[in-house]
Structures are given as structure tokens and as C-alpha cells.
Design a protein around this ligand. Structure first.
Ligand code: PEP
Ligand code: MG
Length: 876
């Protein structure tokens, strides 16, 4: 089989669709070569080889032969030989996984230089300084990346040399100095490793290939994969490519660019470059680069060609591209093209613009926006009316506002996050080692670097607000502070950053909710046309219901009536009801609650007019509405001191009731329909309130669609008894009001038993709604309220991949749901079924809900747009 794929002007084996095998970089290079776009020739060793190599740390003969052949071909094509003392072929060796992992794995440049071939290079380019600069860079990079020697060991020799020659910058070192440095670097290798720096380019190449494969498993790559849910088994490809130089004078340069603005989505070529520099200089943020527009004035021909190529790439890939290029003495070479990472705002704009341009269709547009993007767009931003003390400005690298305490190291950010503290990570510049800390912080602020620096790229990828290149800041880590424009900010002081404007603001600024742009509205409307899954909301007050409706909810899937019982004006009546000794006094208390409940329903029905509203009757155990026992005991002690006998008796009575209601396991106790059956007057009151409200509004001419839902049913009789009671009351109220309403009575499926006997239960139900919170609790036997004690540990240990209360457990809970669905529909094929647990707003769980044939998901208002989008994506 084929393990090595060549790319170049006349021979190219690979193509874009081979990304899994060739990695993103390799596939992109092959595709560009196929399109006739200038790329320096080279070859890609497949990810398959990496996987095999990582298993056994060796290569088959077949692989070795194919690499040999590819080198021969490359030598012929370039008319240069590796290690040639007259005119050597030099190559770069780079990683390239299936999905981009910026800066996580290793790269070696200038490979092929040796003590002999460095002469050849110097002669050929007629520049001894340049040749030795390449050589010393190569030795140190090889020492660092391939041999694992601390880069500082080389760096300090450069510093020594500069001191010795009394010069300031690396560029002041002449050929002789660099030659001497190369010698010293070789000495470091000999000292550290006990062997000489290899002088055979083929040995160099083999070692570099091994190192790139090995770098798949370096700690920062592993962390990055974990954070981005990238499969550890994929491996990386290796790209061996002819070197081109952007540091050959003022008609040379190198840059990175996006075919459109990755931050705003604006259709404008966007990027940065450096004249007379090597590629890594731009990405590393060592020199601050120039904006791409100005390249046209400096190297016009290459610039115009670059703009043409960008157009060609977009037309071909039908998406915004992220490119790398080098200009060597006026001649342009493309080094990379890949789908550009983008901010949430730009994803939406790009998708809608490209539909308008006829580049993509609406379905494609809907897949271009991710659930996380919407999440971000609905994220808080700075209140425009807030008084801000802006202390500095940097580049707006990743939008959104973030507030937190200043920390200066990634470790500190991670430690603080563990304590639940919010931080802003402030660094001179970030490096791949910092990603754990970047993930843990609310936002990232850097002193150096451009819009394509590490912090910017990774920040955007993570959706983390990020301000970079804030050059006014000077960090003093030792004293634990930074200074900027006359302000001193200490570690753990609050700052706010605005990744959309680049502002750095002193203190803790108020943030407000975001709103939905017209472009996003467009995408969501397209999604609505595509999706088959309904989207409802979980809401229990008119404000939330109204908000959810604005965000696109098609009704309420769960109105938890107990939330209304907690209102300040209600709690006395609720307590009176619970304290009641007999049915008569309980009914008296319930009578006080009736008008309040009815008010609630009037408001909710009004804001959901014309749409279904599923109202769940009381679910939690009664003790939840009484004060805490300890609180009562303390009050009693207080009263005993003051001697207020009347009150003492009252408190004693409450304590008695609290004790009598105490349950060992209230989540499995006297709750849900069990309450309804034992105290039917409670559900009677609620149904009366619902139906009176519905009838009155119907009489006003509104269309009201009430769906009454019974919680925690496990036995069919629980449902049949409760249903009968509900219907009796509903009929009574309708008769009183003289209206007929098409109301429904359904049940939650939130106990495994209910799913298993769903055929029986369906006989008594007009609809099912899967309560996956309780279903997860009862399927796992995990207490909903106590999981935080062990689930994080389970996740770390790999026992659980996700918290099952956040991401639906498809193989366990999901299977039980499937049983419920098929048994339910075996009796009533058209039985409407939804999900109203927290999972209803979680993308993976929404996909699952679609797959197993639910009719709708119901989620909190802010997740409604996400659900609309994901539901559409599920059908595509
Ligand atoms: C559920 O159990 O999934 C549900 C929606 O009900 P609650 O969370 O109120 O128990
Ligand atoms: Mg429940």
C-alpha cells in the first residue's frame, strides 16, 4: 500500500479529500498543487505510518523504500541533492494532523545543512552570513525538537556571544560569530547527548520524522486534544518540503492571512506579514508584523498573485481559507491552506454572505455555524452604559467580554479555577504550554503578538475573550504586578477585557446579555425550515416565556409549577397548606393560593398564545417549602431567651411538621404524582387555576393550548387515577366557564419502570415527556444533588467521559428512552414525545433526540437558538 504521497508542480498523488490520511496540511498542499498554485515540492508521510510507528517505534521496509523514492524524486525535481557540498537541497519537516492543532507539535527547518553543505549554501546564495544563520538555527532547532535539549541552552550562548561582541540584537551577529555559534551549539549536543550532531542529512531526516511523529504524544498536544475532543488514535502526518526563504532581503517575506476577516467575517483580505523574515517569526509574535494591505506597495507582483490565489482557493473550497505564504526574492510560494478558524460573529456573517454570493446553499450555511458560536453570541458583553476606566488598548483578537482576577501564569489560572475563581491570564505572550491556563481563565491578555499570534489563534478557537499585543503593559512577575500607563495592577486585582474592542479596563465591569443579529436570525430561520425536531422551552414565568418565544421557542415543554410556590407572597400560604392538620384546613390554604397560581398561568398563557404550554403539576417533596430544621432550632433558642410563648409554640409546631416530613432519600420519596395521589386537593387547585386561566383567555378570543403533565409516574395506576381527577376538575371548570378547550393530559417518563411499561402508560397519556434529569438519576442510581463529589473524579479517571447530567448517556439512559418510545408508539403510533431534562439544550443530546424520533426538545430560553440550529444540523 501507499504510505508516501508526493506533491509538486507536475506530480501530485494526493488531494483535499484525503485529509484523514495526509493531515490537513498535506491535503491542502496537494490540492493547491493540483490547482496549479505554486507550492514548494515535497511529500507527505501518512498518518497511518504515524499510528504504526507509535505502536512499535519502527517502520516497515515498504515505508522506508517509499521515503527513499520520494527523496530521490524531490532531488531530481529540484536538481539538488541532500547534503551536496556545492548546492544542497534543504527541507522542512512539519507535522500536520487531520484537524489543525496550532503549535502543538513539532517542526524542523533548514534540514540538510551540515558542516560541508553549509559552504555550498553560502556559495550558492553568495551570502555566508545567511548560510551560517540557517545552520545555527537548524542545529538548535534539531537539538530542541529532535534531541529534547532545553532551548535555553542554545539561547544563552547567543546572549553570551552578543555580550562578548557588545552588540544588541541577533541581526548584529556577523558570519564569523554565527559560524562560531554553530560550533558551540554542536558542542552542547555532544555534551548533552554524548554523540555528535549528525552530519548525514538522511540520518537527520529520519530522526526529524521520528520526532514529529513522537510529538503527537507530547503533553501539550495531549492536553489540546482533550480540550478539543480530538481522537488520540488519529496520529499526525509528516510533511517534508523543499525550503524556501522569506529572509533573503527586501523582496522576500513571509506571512499568514485569511481570505476574509476571521474576526468580523467582512469580505476583505486580512492578514499580516514580515519583510525579510522566516515563517515562525510571524506566528511566534516575536516581531510585530505589518498589515497585509501594505504588502502591495512593497512587493506588488507577488501581492497581486497572492490576492488572485485567495480568490481561487475560496472558489474552490467554498469557504474562508487560512493561508501561509513565503516570498523568496520576489517569487511567491504557498505553504498552507486550510479552512480558517473563525469567531462566532464571523461564522454567521461568512455563512450568510456566502449564500448571498451563491457560493454555498442554505443547508451548508446552517452547518457552518456551530452550537458553540451561538452560545458565544448569546454571551455577555460590556454594558454600553457602564462607566469604564480604560487603561490600555490592545488588538481585539477574540470577541466577548471577560472579568476576572489578574494572574500571571497558566498554573495560577488553573489553581484559581479549581477554587471557582474567575481570572484573566496576563502574559507577555502565550505559548502552547499555556493552553491549560487559557482554558481555565475567563480571558487572556498579552503584551506582544499580532492577530495571528498564538494567543489570538488559540483564543478564537476556544471562544475565549482575548486581547493581544497590548504593548503598553510591562509585567513584573517577581513583584506580582503589571504596570500600564501610570496604573499599577496587582495580582488578584480585578480587570475586565473586551475582546471585541481590545480595551483593558480596570476593575469589575457589569456585563449584559447579547442580542441576536439579523444575520444570525437568518441562519436560524433557515434552520427552522430544515429541521423536523420541534423546539420548546422550559419556563415558569411570563418573562422567560416571552424571551424564549422571541428566541424561537414553539411552546413550553416544561413549566415547573413549584417555582411559583417559592414566590415571597406565596410562601406563607404554601406553608399554611403544608401545616394543615386535615383536608379542610388544607383546602382553606389552597384557596389562598388559587388566585396567585391563576395569575401565573394567565401571564404564561398570554405570552405563549397559540402555542402549546405543558404545565407540570407539583413535583418536589413538601419539606422543601419549609424552613431548615437547624434554622428553626436556632429561632427556638432565641425565642426561649426572650420568652415569647406564643411564638415558641408556633415554631415548635413547625419543627414537629418538619420532623414528620423528613425523608431519608427525598428524591426517591414523597414527591411527584405520589403527592398528587395522597393530597388530591393540591392538584385540584392547580388544575383549577390552569383551566380557569385558559377558559378566561379563550373567552377573550385567545387560542390557548394547555397540556397538563403528571410527574414521576412509574405505575400505570398512578397515571390513571391522577388523570381521572385532573379531567374531572377540568370538566367542572369548563362547565362553570361555559367553554370547551382542547386540553391534554400527559406524563413525564422519568423512571426506568415507566419506560419499560410505556405501552400501558401510553393508554392513559396524550403525550410523553422524557424527564432525563430524573431518568439519569434513577438509571445510574446517582443522586442528582450529590454527583459533584465523584463525577469529576470519574471523568478524570476515564470512568465516565461526560457528566451524564449534562450530556445524555446514550448507551444507558438513551436505551431506556428507546424502549419507552417504541413501547409507547406500539400502542399509539402518533403519540407526541419530547424531552425536557437539561439535556434538551445540549447539542449531542439534541442529535440523539432527533435520531431516536422524539418530536421536540425543550430547553432553557437561552439555549433555544442552539437547539434550533442543532436540530437542523441533525437532518443534514
Ligand atoms: C427531569 O427530571 O428531567 C425534569 C425535567 O424534571 P425535574 O428536573 O424538575 O425533576
Ligand atoms: Mg423530574
Amino acid at each position: 500500500s501507499k504510505f508516501v504521497y508526493f506533491f509538486g508542480k507536475d506530480v501530485t498523488d494526493g488531494k483535499a479529500s484525503m485529509r484523514d490520511l495526509l493531515g490537513g496540511k498535506g491535503a491542502g498542499l496537494a490540492e493547491m498543487a493540483n490547482l496549479g498554485i505554486p507550492v514548494p515540492p515535497g511529500f507527505t508521510i501518512t498518518t497511518e505510518v504515524c499510528v504504526l510507528y507509535l505502536k512499535g517505534k519502527k517502520y516497515s521496509d515498504e515505508v522506508l523504500t517509499q521515503v527513499e523514492e520520494a527523496i530521490d524524486k524531490l532531488e531530481t525535481l529540484n536538481n539538488k541533492k541532500l547534503g551536496d557540498p556545492e548546492d544542497p537541497l534543504l527541507v522542512s519537516v512539519r507535522s500536520g494532523a487531520r484537524v489543525s492543532m496550532p503549535g502543538m507539535m513539532d517542526t524542523v527547518l533548514n534540514l540538510g545543512l551540515t558542516d560541508k553543505s553549509v559552504f555550498g549554501l553560502a556559495n550558492k546564495v553568495n551570502d555566508e552570513r545567511f548560510a551560517y544563520d540557517c545552520y545555527r538555527r537548524f542545529i538548535s532547532m534539531f537539538g530542541d525538537v529532535v534531541l529534547g535539549i532545553d532551548f535555553d541552552k542554545f539561547e544563552s550562548l547567543i546572549e553570551d556571544k552578543k555580550k562578548e561582541l557588545k552588540v544588541e540584537s541577533d541581526t548584529d551577529l556577523d558570519a564569523k560569530a554565527l559560524k562560531d555559534l554553530a560550533e558551540r551549539f554542536k558542542g552542547v549536543i555532544k555534551l548533552e547527548k554524548g554523540f555528535d550532531f549528525p552530519q548525514d542529512p538522511k540520518v537527520q531526516l529520519q530522526m526529524a520524522i521520528d520526532a514529529v511523529f513522537d510529538s503527537w504524544n507530547n503533553p501539550r498536544a495531549i492536553t489540546y486534544r482533550k480540550l478539543n475532543e480530538i481522537d488520540d488514535s488519529w496520529g499526525t502526518a509528516v510533511n517534508v518540503q523543499t525550503m524556501v526563504y522569506g529572509n533573503r532581503g527586501n523582496t522576500s517575506g513571509t506571512g499568514v492571512a485569511f481570505t476574509r476577516n476571521p474576526s468580523t467575517g467582512e469580505k476583505k483580505f486580512f492578514g499580516e506579514y514580515l519583510i525579510n523574515a522566516q515563517g515562525e517569526d510571524v506566528v511566534a509574535g516575536i516581531r510585530t508584523p505589518d498589515f497585509i494591505d501594505t504588502l502591495g506597495n512593497k512587493i506588488p507582483e507577488a501581492y497581486n498573485q497572492l490576492v488572485d490565489i485567495c480568490g481561487k482557493l475560496e472558489d474552490h473550497f467554498k469557504d474562508m481559507q487560512d493561508i501561509e505564504f513565503t516570498i523568496q526574492e520576489g517569487k511567491l510560494y504557498m505553504l498552507q491552506t486550510r479552512t480558517g478558524k473563525r469567531t462566532a460573529a464571523s461564522a454567521v456573517k461568512l455563512a450568510t454572505d456566502m449564500v448571498a454570493e451563491g457560493l454555498i446553499d442554505k443547508e451548508t450555511a446552517v452547518t457552518r455555524v456551530k452550537a458553540e458560536h451561538i452560545d458565544l453570541l448569546l454571551h455577555p458583553r460590556i454594558d454600553p452604559n457602564a462607566k469604564l476606566e480604560v487603561i490600555a488598548k490592545g488588538l481585539p483578537a477574540s470577541p466577548g467580554a471577560a472579568v476576572g482576577k489578574v494572574v500571571f501564569t497558566a498554573e495560577a489560572a488553573e489553581e484559581m479555577a479549581e477554587k471557582g475563581e474567575k481570572t484573566i491570564l496576563v502574559r507577555t505572550e502565550t505559548s502552547p504550554e499555556d493552553i491549560g491556563g487559557m482554558a481555565a481563565a475567563q480571558g487572556v491578555l498579552t503584551v506582544r503578538g499580532g492577530m495571528t499570534s498564538h494567543a489570538a489563534v488559540v483564543g478564537r478557537g476556544m471562544g475565549k475573550p482575548c486581547v493581544v499585543g497590548c504593548g503598553d503593559i510591562s509585567i513584573d512577575i517577581k513583584s506580582g504586578l503589571f504596570m500600564v500607563n501610570g496604573h499599577t495592577i496587582k495580582e488578584h486585582d480585578y480587570v475586565t477585557i473586551d475582546g471585541s474592542t481590545g480595551s483593558v479596563i480596570i476593575g469589575k465591569v457589569e456585563l449584559i446579555d447579547a442580542e441576536i443579529s439579523d444575520d444570525l436570525k437568518k441562519i436560524l430561520l433557515w434552520a427552522d425550515d430544515i429541521r423536523t425536531l420541534g423546539v420548546r422551552t422550559n419556563a415558569d414565568n411570563p418573562a422567560d416565556a416571552g424571551l424564549a418565544r422571541e428566541l424561537g421557542a414553539e411552546g413550553i415543554g416544561l413549566c415547573r409549577t413549584e417555582h411559583m410556590f417559592f414566590g415571597e407572597d406565596r410562601i406563607p400560604a404554601v406553608r399554611e397548606m403544608i401545616m394543615a392538620e386535615d383536608e379542610k384546613s388544607r383546602k382553606k390554604a389552597l384557596k389562598k393560593l388559587l388566585p396567585m397560581q391563576k395569575e401565573d398561568f394567565l401571564g404564561i398563557f398570554r405570552s405563549m398564545e397559540g402555542l402549546p404550554v405543558t404545565i407540570r403539576l407539583l413535583d418536589p417533596p413538601l419539606h422543601e417549602f419549609l424552613p431548615d430544621k437547624e434554622e428553626l432550632d436556632a429561632k427556638l433558642r432565641e425565642l426561649e431567651v426572650s420568652g415569647d410563648c406564643g411564638k415558641i409554640d408556633e415554631v415548635k409546631k413547625v419543627i414537629k411538621r418538619v420532623v414528620s416530613l423528613k425523608e431519608l432519600n427525598p428524591m426517591l420519596g414523597h414527591r411527584g404524582c405520589r403527592l398528587g395521589i395522597t393530597y388530591p386537593e393540591i392538584y385540584d387547585m392547580q388544575v383549577r387555576a390552569i383551566m380557569e386561566a385558559a377558559c378566561e383567555l379563550t373567552n377573550e378570543g385567545m387560542q390557548i393550548v394547555p397540556e397538563i403533565m403528571i410527574p414521576l409516574v412509574g405505575l400505570v395506576k398512578e397515571l390513571s387515577i391522577t388523570r381521572e381527577e385532573v379531567c374531572k376538575m377540568a370538566e367542572t371548570v369548563m362547565a362553570e366557564k361555559g367553554v370547551k378547550i382542547d386540553y391534554k393530559v400527559g406524563t413525564m417518563i422519568e423512571l426506568p419502570r415507566a419506560a419499560i411499561v410505556a405501552d400501558q402508560i401510553a393508554q392513559e397519556a396524550d403525550f410523553f415527556s422524557f424527564g432525563t434529569n430524573d431518568l439519569t438519576q434513577t438509571t445510574f442510581g446517582f443522586s442528582r444533588d450529590d454527583v459533584s463529589k465523584f463525577v469529576p473524579i470519574y471523568q478524570k479517571a476515564g470512568i465516565l467521559e461526560h457528566d451524564p447530567f449534562a450530556v445524555l448517556d446514550q448507551e444507558g439512559v438513551g436505551e431506556i428512552m428507546k424502549i419507552g418510545i417504541s413501547k409507547g408508539r406500539s400502542v399509539k403510533p402518533d403519540l407526541k414525545m419530547g424531552i425536557c431534562g437539561e439535556h434538551g439544550g445540549e447539542p449531542r443530546s439534541i442529535h440523539f433526540a432527533h435520531e431516536i424520533g422524539l418530536n421536540y426538545v425543550s430547553c432553557s430560553p437561552y439555549r433555544v437558538p442552539i437547539a434550533r440550529l442543532v436540530a437542523a444540523q441533525s437532518t443534514i
